[in-house]
Design a protein around this ligand. Structure first.
Ligand code: COA
Length: 186
């Protein structure tokens, strides 16, 4: 379930059908999609955007920790998305780990919003009992890697553990988990 969360400057809330224009505007952009999946996916129409919003909200309904949040400035402007979801292992596609991700509109980058929103989502993840969260970044995506480092995530180096794809892998463990970071299993 995408539970409402807050940070000093931001409200994180579920997307609603009224946000379809923002979702289309964000996910139709090559510069946003460039490092997501194979980089070719686009949300081109309002119908596709509404379908995405419905799918996100249904997908996480039964999951207390997981979600896909619209990240809004406290004045209301939507700036981007934060996600916390299961991540499929390479080859088997079994989902054992949880990933965090961030997608921000170019107009709202360079303000620290992605890092601030991700901190809140990590706190929420650990409060819900998760012990470890990973982030997979395209090797060329230095902006995303910088977010991971600002969050205090550990850089585990190149990996093909997830999505059958090469990435630079980061992880972070719950403050009280007592586990060493870097518990990737191949
Ligand atoms: C990855 C992505 C979210 C990073 O966005 P970002 O705005 O650079 O990241 P942050 O929110 O952490 O902002 C950090 C910047 O804000 C600046 N900043 C300005 N005011 C700030 C404030 N009050 N507090 C903190 N930082 C602030 C920081 O100095 C930093 O600037 P720098 O990059 O010049 O060093 C963005 O590039 C994006 O959406 N990319 C497309 C989607 C994508 O690839 N997602 C990742 C998939 S793995």
């Amino acid at each position: 379930m995408t539970r409402q969360l807050a940070s000093p400057r931001l409200i994180l809330r579920p997307y609603s059908p009224g946000d379809a224009a923002f979702v289309r505007g964000l996910y139709s952009r090559p510069e946003v999609q460039r490092y997501l999946g194979d980089g070719t996916q686009r949300v081109r129409t309002m119908i596709e955007a509404r379908a995405k919003i419905n799918a996100w909200n249904e997908r996480y309904l039964a999951e207390p920790a997981q979600g896909l949040w619209a990240v809004c400035r406290k004045g209301g402007t939507i700036t981007g998305s934060l996600l916390l979801k299961p991540i499929p292992d390479s080859v088997t596609a079994v989902e054992r780990d949880t990933e965090i991700g961030w997608h921000f509109h170019p107009d709202h980058r360079g303000h620290g919003y992605a890092t601030e929103a991700a901190r809140v989502v990590l706190d929420h993840a650990f409060a819900c009992g998760l012990e470890r969260v990973v982030a997979v970044t395209n090797p060329a995506n230095t902006a995303s890697q910088a977010v991971c480092l600002r969050l205090g995530m550990t850089h585990l180096g190149p990996s093909d553990a997830y999505y059958d794809a090469a990435c630079e892998l980061f992880d972070i463990t719950a403050p009280t988990s007592g586990k060493e970071p870097g518990g990737e299993q191949s």
